[in-house]
Design a protein. Sequence first.
Length: 202
Amino acid sequence: MLKNLLIGEVVSVHGIRGGLKVKPLTDYPERFTQTDAVDVKLPSDAGPYKGLSKRYNVAYATVSGSTVILLLEGVEDRNTAELFRGAKLSVTREEAVELPEDTYFIGDLIGSEVYEFGEGADETVFDIHAQGVKYLGKLFDVQPTGSNDVYGVRTPDKKELYLPSIGDVIKKVDVERGLVFVKLLPGLKEVYLGSGDDGDVK
C-alpha cells in the first residue's frame, strides 16, 4: 500500500493571489476544508522548479462545484501558482479520512493487477494460480459516477475495459497484495476487445 494517498490534481489557477483549482481525486472533496497540509509533487518536466515539490500548509480551501479552490502558504501570486499546473496533491495515510466498509482509496487501487474468473474457476478462491483464473490487465483509472465507481483496466496489448464496481463484477479487492479479482458480465469483454480478441488476453 502507498504511504501517501493521492487526493487531488491541480488543473488551473484561480485569481491573482496564488489560488489553485484542484480536481478532487477523492469521494470526499470537502476533506480539503479540514486538511492542514498537503504534499505537492510537480510534474516530472518541472525542471528548475522541482524544488517546489514539498509539503505545504493549507491557508484556505473551499469546494466550488466539481472543483476545489485551494490556497497554499508561500504561493501568493498567479505566476507562482501557474507553476503548479498538473501537480499531484497527497496526504499521509494517517491523515486520510476513515472509509466505510468495502470502500478503498483510489491511490491504493491504481496499479493493481486484475485477474478474471474464467470458465470453471472457483469464485471463492482468490489465488492467481488457481484453475480458471486468468490475468486480465492493470487497473489504471477509477471514475466515480455517483451510483458506483467504474474501474479502468488496461490489458497487456494496450486495450481498455471499463468495469462497474458492483458485486456481480468485482469479486475481491486485496489492497495488501495489490490484486483485484473480477467476473466479467456476458458480452462485456467483447464490447471492448472485440469478439476475436478473447484469447489474446493473458
